[in-house]
Design a protein around this ligand. Sequence first.
Ligand code: 9WN
Length: 515
Amino acid sequence: MTPPPAPAGTASTPASDSAPSRPPDLPQLPEARRALRRAACQVLLGNWTGSSTVPSHGLYPHQWSWDSAFIAIGLRHLSPVRAQQEVETLLGAQWGDGRVPHIVFNRAVPLDAYFPSPDFWRSSSAGATAGAPRTVETSGVVQPPVHALAAWLVHSADPGTSARRGFLARVYPRLVAWHRYLADHRDLGGHGLAAVVHPWEPGMDNSPCWDGPLARIEPAAAGTFRRADLVHGTAADRPTDLDYGRYVRLAAEYRDHGYRDAEAPHSFAVEDPGFNALFLASEYALARIAEVLDGDPGLHRQRAAALTEALVERLWSPEAGQFLCRDLRAEAVGDAAVDGHGGRLVAERSAAGLLPLVAPELPRHIVETLLHTVSGEHYGLGTTVRLLPSYDLRGAAFDRCRYWRGPAWFNVNWLLERGLRQHGESACADALAAEVLRAAAASRFAEYLDPYTGQGRGARDFSWTAALALDLLARDPACAAPAPRTGVPAAASGAAPHIPAPAPVPAPEKGPVNR
Ligand code: 9WN
């Protein structure tokens, strides 16, 4: 892969996609970078609710699982203690079976502010036998396991405070239980990868990769639910009503089986390369955590290596030049099993299939192929676009505006940057980091972007965009203001604003099953 060149206004976009001339490279200037840092801090302070951070007050007014992990990764540069709280609040809602729910509901938010609301999920009653907490309401599905990676990075930002507060010792058993849940309850294919059972689980809700598997699901009738997302989001950006009907059907089916994986039919079951790549990256993080706690890192490294192997064995497609999703239910409805692994690879290219670049032990020929794919015609990074799109630019379902069907997302680009750096592609990683910062500044921390024009879409002041910008800025000595001590007022230099004394970490309601 060549470093993204994209000089001012020269990106070769389709004729109709006249890319705006590139704005002055604002974030390159020290003062602009400090201003960006201050603005990112303000977003995180504004979205903080007292014990965690909402992705966005309007569209997503509760705590989301993988959002919180990304948010903590940025928040650690503003307040390591607050970043620890972010992670611990989420883990405080962990279920007895080890699952970390994808939403933790804030009871102070009106029920109609977000759908599906707590009265749809009914976690504390319907999920009782799976160990759902009794005093907090949550969803019943999960999101990608980025949490151990986040916990490790949060600890590393201020190991002294972390040790004094016993942060790692508290979160480690919970993170182990979370990974064990995925290994024991979600290996639906039986070969070592975790399967997602709802399109919300991989975090890329309406990726075209789900179109095939979802086509078999009978949608819930239109009048039986009321979407709240369209009050805040543009319909052209959001999933369709038909997709929503299917999401609702799947979630209700899971709920009606008590969220018990052994009994739920899981009519949607997919092995997703992004989800499993983050799973293995988090196993490596658990190894680092175990080392600090004088535990046994070996087991975690073995699991990470086994996940890498299973990922390559089951999801690598040399023809596509990337990893693909495996639809585990394809056979069940009579589709031919073509490769003897059970189910069928989904013939759609999504950015999730590039995320295994975060795996440190990926075979070199695969790394090289992925690098080639990233800048090739399907993703065009550095040639036709400046940030990685979420889906194949040439795919039949490509839509530059609609959610995960084309737009560029900041968390995906942050993960790619990390993967590039890990495999020695520092020039590309530097160039991508600069583009991420430029786009974050230009879009007022948008939720996602039109990959061709860079125009911001979805929510603004979106938390993970601000957090991950903060993380990239923290590498710059001009911006890396020392983490403020509680009660220290903001310095004029771009140091973080005043952070009030933290509220006590909520005591977890019930301990995770830690077998
Ligand atoms: C459903 C919160 C979440 C992200 C997901 C993103 C979107 C929710 C929605 O927002 O999903 O979980 O209502 O569309 O797809 O990745 O975690 O930011």
